[in-house]
Design a protein around this ligand. Sequence first.
Ligand SMILES: NC(=O)c1ccc[n+]([C@@H]2O[C@H](COP(=O)([O-])OP(=O)(O)OC[C@H]3O[C@@H](n4cnc5c(N)ncnc54)[C@H](OP(=O)(O)O)[C@@H]3O)[C@@H](O)[C@H]2O)c1
Length: 248
Amino acid sequence: MSDMSGRTTVVVGASRGLGRGIAVAFAEAGAPVVAVARTRTDFPEPANGAGTIQPEVVDAGEATAPAAIIDRYTPETIILAAGASPHMRPLQEQTWETFSATWETDVRITFHWLREVLLKPLRPGSRVIVFSSGAVLGGSPLSGGYAGAKATQRYITGYAQDEANRAGLGITFTTVLPRFAPMTGVGEPAVRAYAARAGKSVDDFVSQIGPLLTPELAGTALVDLVRTDASTVAPGYLLSGAGLQKLS
Ligand SMILES: NC(=O)c1ccc[n+]([C@@H]2O[C@H](COP(=O)([O-])OP(=O)(O)OC[C@H]3O[C@@H](n4cnc5c(N)ncnc54)[C@H](OP(=O)(O)O)[C@@H]3O)[C@@H](O)[C@H]2O)c1
């Protein structure tokens, strides 16, 4: 699948952060990209002039959003990178609203979009990638319901794969679990909060993380993932500055 020119790619959560890096990388790889977010953003002309980026200003958590975008663009790749930035406070300083914010955004978006992918359904050979979090593996005690919400996204993605298999749809669903990306909307406040809790400066904390994930690295890794033969793709991957690592 080295030629991406016929493969329309919808990136949900593309106005900034990891999603923006992914939208730019797919366009540079030659794909027609639909960049979904609630805020309108300008994108650079893709290098090589190969692909295109069409911004769509949409609240992806609206129940009708996935059908509207999927009917209009008939994508073969959908990447859900949208998410709320959690309120970084210990449990006793959360309210129910701050605790559950990622459920109302990240989980809601995953539920509506994967449901529509199955109902439509997308064409055989289509790929759907959902951004969960490395926090799923060890918890995230300073971000309320975040780790549980990201775990639920991972479960929903597995449920969707089972339903697609049962119906013989030929769609591949993958969960990606990023490690800290300290310069993006979710990563930056998280790194600050965990550095403070560890009694370290942000620089010292970040220097212990290892190779840092950036939007550009996320973009390169996701293009490689979509180019990988579906029969060899794992259900889940960790994503760090060192790239993708299969989860067993
Ligand atoms: N950064 C990290 O360290 C890290 C670590 C683990 C997991 N993750 C996960 O990776 C994903 C991306 O994180 P990030 O740090 O890149 O986030 P970010 O910089 O805060 O960007 C979030 C993106 O999601 C969009 N978005 C939020 N709600 C939306 C909605 N209702 N409809 C449409 N778009 C919406 C935002 O655009 P608008 O506000 O314009 O709508 C923005 O483009 C998230 O799912 C996050 O949980 C990140």
